[in-house]
Write a protein that binds this ligand. Structure first.
Ligand SMILES: Cc1cc2nc3c(=O)[nH]c(=O)nc-3n(C[C@H](O)[C@H](O)[C@H](O)COP(=O)(O)OP(=O)(O)OC[C@H]3O[C@@H](n4cnc5c(N)ncnc54)[C@H](O)[C@@H]3O)c2cc1C
Length: 386
């Protein structure tokens, strides 16, 4: 037997690390298990952007509001510098239909208390001086968007959780579940069995596979998202910039199955330009970057920032990012399996992370949480025959 704990958390990405921290903080004995190291999957290859622009608008506004507020005190609470900075986010708009879509998003986001406004084309250079405005109608700007350093963010949570007794088990794949009369009793791994009163799956793109181990068909999907990083250059960008066409395509469901290359670009504090994002819906986990995704990303970036055409790209990467059909996460108890919680497939993961961890800790310790997560119930989209 590998051990007995109050809770086992599977998956050491953003969500799993936050869950492990919050559970450890309230005094539970916690095992954090990952088939790789920490940040082995999607959380190893992202910008760390605290995204308001990306929010799912129908059901997720309350969640994003609550979680965004937690960043105000996060560094203080962790007593750890997570590289938090506020630089704003801009979505350049090219067409009338994008303008209408962005105006509608802005209206909802503003009503939720975020600073969100449309910027006419003549004012775009004030927001982002190097942006090529030819062919643009303007943009949607969110003043409160920001960024964390992904590794400091993860590490800060891990270090503080370790001080509360967290045990970490890396290169330890979960291969099955231990149940006792319909109740979750732990997990089987390649390193032995872990017993626990509560099991929390924060397993991202591989969640569907874990469902199969329980005889369930979980409709958690994933895309392979690709990006690249340039050599460091002098400060060139003020905000994070992403093309509004990303939302148009997502919402219309166009280009399904094809590689979609859009622009999402930001500059790290060290000067590197992080450029993405090409993606495609995948049915495998091979992380080679497929041609022609990165040339597609380059073309999109140079269309908006012609002066970046001569930049040297250092490397590209690919990571599997979970999502659901309705754009809402799976967060809560799994129906019919007492003791099993899922927290995964957040559309804007970084901004949702502090709340996700705290919520799972409340579920484990109190059986319920202090906000309404019924819309995010796991298996909400699955009908079982009686
Ligand atoms: C180029 C790019 C840029 C991005 N930028 C941003 C951004 O700026 N802001 C933002 O919010 N999001 C961004 N994202 C999305 C973001 O990276 C993901 O949504 C986020 O990392 C998901 O975190 P997670 O903890 O849910 O899952 P993951 O990080 O995928 O963690 C899941 C973990 O579970 C483990 N696991 C799975 N199965 C098992 C098993 N059987 N046994 C043991 N362990 C298992 C995996 O190894 C993995 O470590 C970006 C994505 C890409 C591709």
């Amino acid at each position: 037997m590998a051990g007995s704990f109050d809770a086992v958390v599977v998956g050491a990405g953003y969500i799993g690390v936050s869950v492990a921290y919050h559970l450890s903080k309230v005094g539970l004995s916690v095992a954090l298990i990952d088939r790789g190291k920490f940040a082995a999957a999607a959380s190893r290859g992202n910008y760390g952007n605290i995204q308001i622009q990306d929010m799912e608008l129908e059901h997720s506004v309350d969640m994003i509001q609550r979680s965004a507020a937690k960043f105000e005190t996060l560094e203080q609470q962790l007593d750890w510098k997570v590289g938090l900075r506020r630089m704003g986010g801009l979505l350049p708009v090219e067409t009338e239909s994008q303008w209408r879509l962005m105006e509608e998003r802005s209206r909802i986001v503003r009503a939720a208390g975020f600073d969100s406004h449309m910027v006419p084309v003549e004012r775009l250079p004030d927001v982002e001086p190097l942006l090529e405005t030819k062919g643009l109608l303007g943009g949607l700007y969110h003043d409160n968007e920001g960024q964390v350093d992904p590794f400091q963010f993860l590490l800060g949570h891990l270090v503080r959780a370790r001080q509360k007794g967290l045990r970490e088990f890396y290169d330890t794949e979960v291969t099955g579940f231990l149940t006792n009369g319909g109740r979750m009793a732990g997990v089987q791994t390649i390193a032995g069995d872990f017993y626990a009163g509560a099991v929390v799956l924060c397993t991202g793109a591989r969640t569907r596979q874990l469902g199969k181990m329980l005889g369930r068909e979980w409709d958690v999907r994933y895309v392979l998202g690709q990006a690249m990083v340039s050599e460091p250059v002098e400060k060139s960008l003020r905000c994070g910039v992403a093309s509004a066409s990303f939302f148009e395509r997502t919402e219309e469901g166009a280009d399904k199955g094809a590689i979609i290359a859009n622009m999402a670009i930001s500059q790290s504090p060290h000067g590197h330009l992080l450029m993405g994002e090409a993606m495609y819906e995948a049915d495998h986990y091979r992380l080679g970057v497929p041609y022609p995704s990165l040339p597609g990303v380059s073309r999109a970036a140079v269309r908006y920032f012609p002066s970046f055409g001569k930049l040297r790209v250092l490397r590209g990467w690919c990571s599997p990012v979970a999502h659901t059909e309705d754009g809402c996460p799976w967060l809560g108890w799994v129906p019919g399996i007492e003791g099993l919680i899922i927290a995964t497939a957040f559309r804007s993961t970084v901004i949702s992370t502090p709340l996700a961890g705290e919520t799972v800790a409340q579920l484990v310790t109190q059986g319920k949480c202090d906000w309404n997560i019924s819309r995010f119930s796991p298996e909400r989209n699955i009908e079982y025959a009686n």
